[in-house]
Design a binder for this molecule. Structure first.
Ligand code: NDP
Ligand SMILES: O=C(O)C1=N[C@H](C(=O)O)C[C@H](O)C1
Length: 252
């Protein structure tokens, strides 16, 4: 049985994963971490990782960007593989993830769903044809009114995927409110909408002369992220140091 620590266990994603893990046969949550250590019938909850002395095989993280540095230190010091799903990370934190992966297995993904991970590949292929033909690229993302970071980690990952295929020639534009000139050919515009209970929607728009190609992914429930996270946890438990991605999980 794989023993998992749920980092951010009282949050929206933490609760969905708690429900899902209860039905899983070969993985169980042995401890939860959340600043408000609300009682839980399924496992003990600690207000910080430092207080947690429960042995585990893997940590799954859906918490806060502010908590990611401490999470990586804990994972490295205790040699427990970690699945980092929290978004809104700084460049320094992304570097720290890479550095930590020299010592312990780390998987970071801004989106755990199968559909978005396929989309990463599809937009790359589309860009190789459409961007080269002069189509402009825009990304529009929509999320619920509780989301703290903008643009979404997924929107940035989609832009990075396209930019990788384009030899990093593109730059990202998040706000045109002060701009008084036509858009640059080598920009990817990234816009965020926040409202209500929208689970997560991403449009990648390739706009050319007299034609537009739009790739859309719509999440109808958080269960798709939870399922991906549990699959990633099963994949990562027992793995040696290294930086893994959802591609590794999907292809395993
Ligand atoms: N990769 C993916 O597929 C997905 C990623 N996400 C990302 O996951 C993160 C969490 O999302 P969501 O569950 O909706 O957010 P919530 O705000 O609902 O939950 C986050 C939880 O983490 C807790 N938390 C805050 N600080 C710490 C800490 N130091 N240690 C442990 N727990 C802490 C919060 O407590 P408190 O409320 O007291 O601050 C809260 O209970 C976000 O960054 C989001 O963008 C979300 C969905 C999918
Ligand atoms: O905060 C969310 O809810 C989500 N966050 C992730 C992101 O920032 O891309 C993934 C998903 O879209 C839901």
């Amino acid at each position: 049985m794989i023993k998992m620590i749920m980092h951010g266990c009282n949050g929206a994603m933490g609760q969905v994963i708690t429900g899902l893990a209860a039905e899983e046969k070969n993985i169980t949550i042995v401890a939860g971490i959340d600043p408000q250590d609300r009682k839980n019938d399924s496992y003990p909850v600690f207000s910080s990782l430092e207080e947690c002395d429960v042995p585990a095989d893997v940590i799954v993280d859906f918490a806060s960007a502010k908590a990611v540095d401490g999470l990586l230190d804990y994972s490295r010091d205790h040699k427990i593989p970690v699945v980092v799903c929290t978004t809104g990370l700084s460049e320094e934190q992304i570097k720290k993830i890479e550095e930590t992966s020299n010592h312990v297995a780390v998987l970071r993904s801004a989106n755990m769903s199968l559909g978005v991970n396929l989309l990463m590949k599809l937009v790359k292929e589309a860009a190789e044809v459409l961007a080269v033909a002069g189509f402009d690229i825009e990304i529009l993302e929509k999320h619920h009114n509780k989301k703290l970071d903008a643009p979404s980690g997924t929107a940035l990952a989609l832009a990075d995927s396209i930019n990788e295929a384009m030899d990093q020639e593109y730059h990202y534009v998040y706000d045109r409110s002060q701009v008084r000139k036509a858009r640059d050919r080598k920009e990817i515009g990234i816009q965020a909408v926040r409202g209500g209970t929208i689970v997560g929607e991403h449009d990648v728009i390739f706009a050319g002369k007299d034609e537009v190609v739009t790739f859309n992914h719509t999440a109808y429930s958080k269960a798709i992220f939870a399922q991906g996270a549990v699959s990633a946890a099963k994949f990562l438990a027992g793995k040696g140091p290294g930086l893994y991605t959802m591609k590794d999980v999907i292809e395993s």
